[in-house]
Structure formats: structure tokens, C-alpha cells
Write a protein that binds this ligand. Structure first.
Ligand code: PHE
Length: 497
């Protein structure tokens, strides 16, 4: 009987207790091996030789997700709201008081939804509780369940089925992972075979340059490999997927001959909006969308530009436009804010280099007042770019975007007519993903109302696209927050870019 040295070692160890179902850790400590791969490999060899059987029990383990860990510290949402309710006088047990109790909007609607499921009812705005004890008990049971996972993963078979069913429908409170538990047990043949009848062969497990040079491999016997054999996943260090994506985009634009530009987060309303011919009465300029700053409250803008924007906005100046009418407010233009788009960078770049043709791009963070949900965050990134040169044109814009997305792996791109105050024509850019068209951003040719005050007469192809949308697509995520949660398990499993 021919066996490799690892197989013989494992066989001898197992023969010391021939009827036992051996577990991984025991085999490791008895053989002195460090790596589970040896056990899996030798086990497979012995199994092929009919000397042992491998038993596999697949089980699901349950562990706390990011929301679960949060609940561990803050308490479950229903507990927070329930504690508030039972601590109020009966008069104050109403939706109205709850609204002003300092909870977030989303928390109240979700929390009340959960409490309704537990028996709380609402009668003309009043929160009605029939059986306080029962509700308290249910919430306590749920809290205990979450608490029970605080020490680490637990096999789902050991947990309450009703609870598992309940929590698996609630976001990322709990998460599941499949794990396989294996034991190795000798067969009759395996227990009976005697050491003396075994011939040890030195398998070649790894081909070295020496072996190739000395041709030693010719007489050697190769260790059979089974690529389907389970092996531990090695988690080394890696770049955060968002950073990796940013770097890939960067190299695609550099490859296409673009240079990179950058800019400050804090900008004046003038550069962020007026330079782009966004009317001062535009709804997006109000406090609802834009974060205006109180420190510094205003930023000095060059009088030269204030004058030009003022004329262009009021009556078009000599751009051939009639302007927006009304009267431009220079104070408004000097309010300071967190940039709402990276178009401010490309516009400033043109103002600084009005006479030199340029192809530039930038990837940067932008800020808007958004309620956080599955697809929105108040901070996100845009990929911005321009082509500023005498022959810039719409076909050039479209083919540039097509080339960019093709290099990123999305060959199907389409543009649709759109509207932005600063471009004409304007186009929305979509890419095709699994048979569907997904909107990724805006583009167009800057209007003369934008370019003339900047000091150029050349056309400018411009575009601005959301980075997170693209990232979610590439990484297969359905919730934007997953990109930023420090959930190592999930990050490790994200595809390499
Ligand atoms: N700035 C636009 C946005 O934030 C995108 C855009 C950039 C549109 C350049 C046209 C030209 O969505």
C-alpha cells in the first residue's frame, strides 16, 4: 500500500484511537501540524484509499450585524420607544409628544411599526396600550436574544426559531453564516492496516527551480491536488474597496490623457453656483439642500467675477442670453458653504487657465442635506471632468464617456436629453447593467453664460457622476451605507477591483 508521508502520519495518529470521530483540532495537535490544509489534504488521500470516512455537518451560525452591535449598546429601537412611552403620563402618550421627544424621524415610523406588531394601537393620535406586561415581556425577550449573541456567533440550531425568523427580516441586526463541521473516522480497512505494510512515498507538492534544473521531477511522484477541497480563506490586508475603485478610475482617466485636479470642500456660493449660472432663487440653493457655514460665514470673491456674474444673471451681458432677470445679490454670492458638487473645481480650473486647452478630471467628496437611507447620504463622491479646447463637441463628450465606461467594464452607455442650468445641450448618462439602464450622472456643454465670465470662448464638455452608485453596482451592494460601515467580514468578502 502506497501512501504519502502526511497520510501515514495522520493514519498513525488516528489508529491510536481507531473508533473515534476525530475533530480538526485534535488531529492538528496530535500531528503537530499548523495548517488545517494538511488535515484536509491527508484526509482526502486516506479517504481515496478507503481508509477513512469524512462526516460533514453543515450548520448555520448567527452573529450580530452592525445594527445588532448598535442595539447592544443603545437598546433595540422598540425598547427605546417603549421606555419613552411607559415613562410618560397618560396624556402625553401620543404621537405628537413622541414626535418632539428627540427621536429621529425614521426611528419613530419604524419603531411604531414594530410596536404595533406587539400590540400597541393608535387611536386618533393617542398611543393605546392594552396589555403592558405582555409587550414588556416580548421586548425583553428580544433584548435578551440580542444580548445572547454579544459573545460571538452561535449555531442557529441552538437559538429560538421564532426570534431568528423575526430578526432575519430586520436589516442588519443579525447575520448568518454557513459553516461546515467535519470529523474524520477510520474505516475497517483504515484501522486494520499495519504500519509495516505501508510504503512511504515522497510526493512532490511544490515544483522548485532546482527540481527543474536537475530534472529531479522526472523520477518524482506528484502529490495529487484536489482544487475542490475545502481550505481556509486567508484574509490578508487589502485596500478599502472604495479606495481601490477611486484608484482604478484615476488610472483610467490618466490613461485617457486627462490630468487630475483637486479643490477645497469649503467654497463660496458664487463659485459653487453663480459661476454655473444657477439662479439665485434656485430651490437647491436654499438651506434644504446646501450646507451653508457660519464659520466663516462669507468668503471674499474677486470683484471682477462678481461683476460679470451679476451682469450675466441679470440680463445676459454679451453672452447672447437674456439672463434670469431680477437683481443679482453679491452678498449671496459670497456666502460660504460645503461644495454641493465637484463642478466647482472644473469651473475654477477654467477661470485659472482660460487660454490653455485642458482635459482634467477630479474625484471628490460633496455635501448635501439628505436624509440617510438605502440610496442617500449627506456626504458622497463625484467623478467630474471637462474637455476645454477649441474643437470640443457633443460627440466628443459622448465618446469620451463611452470610452471611460468601457474601460471600467461597462460597454453599453447611452445618453438622454436632460436639463442643468449650466449646460446646453445637457445629457443624462446611463449604463446598462444586467439588462437594465442605470442612471449614473449628468453631462453637457457649458453654456456661454458660464464660459464667458470665465474668460474663454472655447466650448467645454463637462460631466459629473456619482461614485457611490457605480461602487454599489460593481460591488453588488443594495445599500449605500454598506460602503462605509466598518464591517470587516463584509469588506473581506467584497470583490477585488
Ligand atoms: N453637477 C451635476 C450634478 O451634481 C452634474 C453635471 C456636471 C452635469 C457637469 C452637467 C455637467 O449632478
Amino acid at each position: 500500500m502506497e501512501l504519502g508521508n502526511n497520510e501515514i502520519r495522520m493514519l498513525k495518529v488516528m489508529q491510536s484511537d481507531p473508533n473515534r470521530a476525530w475533530e480538526m483540532d485534535d488531529i492538528l495537535s496530535e500531528t503537530g501540524w499548523q495548517d488545517q490544509v494538511h488535515v484536509a489534504g491527508a484526509g482526502k488521500g486516506l479517504q481515496d484509499a478507503n481508509m477513512l470516512e469524512i462526516d460533514e455537518i453543515t450548520s448555520k451560525v448567527v452573529y450580530l450585524g452592525p445594527d445588532g452591535k448598535k442595539a447592544l449598546q443603545e437598546g433595540l429601537l422598540e425598547l427605546k420607544i417603549w421606555s419613552w412611552i411607559v415613562n410618560q403620563d397618560e396624556d402625553d402618550q401620543s404621537m405628537k409628544s413622541l414626535m418632539s421627544a428627540g427621536f429621529e424621524r425614521g426611528e419613530i415610523s419604524t419603531g411604531i411599526g414594530i410596536l404595533k406588531g406587539l400590540g400597541v394601537t393608535i387611536d386618533s393620535g393617542r398611543l393605546v396600550i392594552e396589555d403592558e406586561k405582555a409587550i414588556s415581556n416580548s421586548i425583553e425577550a428580544r433584548s435578551t436574544f440580542i444580548q445572547s449573541l454579544s459573545e460571538g456567533p452561535i449555531a442557529s440550531s441552538e437559538l429560538d426559531e421564532g426570534m431568528l425568523e423575526h430578526f432575519s427580516t430586520r436589516g442588519s441586526l443579525i447575520e448568518f453564516e454557513e459553516s461546515v463541521f467535519r470529523t474524520w473516522r477510520l474505516t475497517k480497512t483504515g484501522s486494520a492496516v499495519e504500519g509495516a505494510n505501508l510504503e512511504e512515498v515522497q510526493y512532490i507538492g511544490e515544483l522548485t527551480p532546482e527540481m527543474l534544473q536537475t530534472e529531479a521531477w522526472r523520477n518524482g511522484e506528484f502529490k495529487p491536488f484536489d482544487v475542490k477541497l475545502p481550505a481556509p480563506t486567508i484574509a490578508g490586508g487589502r485596500r478599502h474597496p472604495m479606495q481601490a475603485l477611486i484608484e482604478r478610475i484615476r488610472s483610467v482617466f490618466l490613461e485617457m490623457g486627462f490630468s487630475e485636479i483637486d479643490g477645497d470642500y469649503v467654497q463660496s456660493a458664487g463659485w459653487n453656483m453663480d459661476a454655473l449660472y444657477i439662479p439665485q432663487s434656485h430651490p437647491a440653493r436654499t438651506m434644504q439642500d446646501t450646507f451653508y457655514l457660519s464659520e466663516p460665514e462669507s468668503l471674499k470673491v474677486d470683484e471682477h467675477y462678481l461683476d460679470l456674474w451679476s451682469k450675466v444673471h441679470d440680463h445676459g451681458h454679451d453672452t447672447g442670453s437674456r439672463g434670469w432677470g431680477g437683481s443679482f445679490d453679491k452678498e449671496e454670492a459670497q456666502k460660504s458653504l460645503l461644495r454641493t458638487h465637484t463642478t466647482v473645481n472644473t469651473v475654477r480650473h477654467i477661470a485659472e487657465n482660460p487660454d490653455s486647452p485642458s482635459r482634467v478630471f477630479g474625484i471628490g467628496r460633496v455635501f448635501r442635506q439628505e436624509t440617510i437611507d438605502r440610496t442617500h447620504m449627506p456626504e458622497f463622491h463625484q467623478i467630474e471632468g471637462i474637455i476645454h479646447e477649441p474643437e470640443a463637441s457633443l460627440p466628443m463628450l459622448v465618446s469620451t464617456l463611452k470610452t471611460f465606461y468601457a474601460k471600467m467594464g461597462y460597454p453599453d452607455v447611452r445618453v438622454r436629453p436632460a436639463y442643468f442650468p449650466y449646460t446646453e445641450p445637457s445629457a443624462e448618462v446611463d449604463i446598462r447593467w444586467r439588462g437594465e439602464w442605470l442612471e449614473l450622472g449628468g453631462s453637457g456643454i457649458f453654456r456661454p453664460e458660464v464660459t464667458e465670465p470665465l474668460g474663454t470662448e472655447w466650448p467645454v464638455c463637462a460631466w459629473g457622476m456619482g461614485l457611490e452608485r457605480l461602487a454599489m453596482l460593481i460591488l453588488g451592494l443594495d445599500d449605500i451605507r454598506q460602503l462605509y460601515q466598518p464591517d470587516l467580514e463584509r469588506l473581506r468578502k467584497m470583490p477585488l477591483l
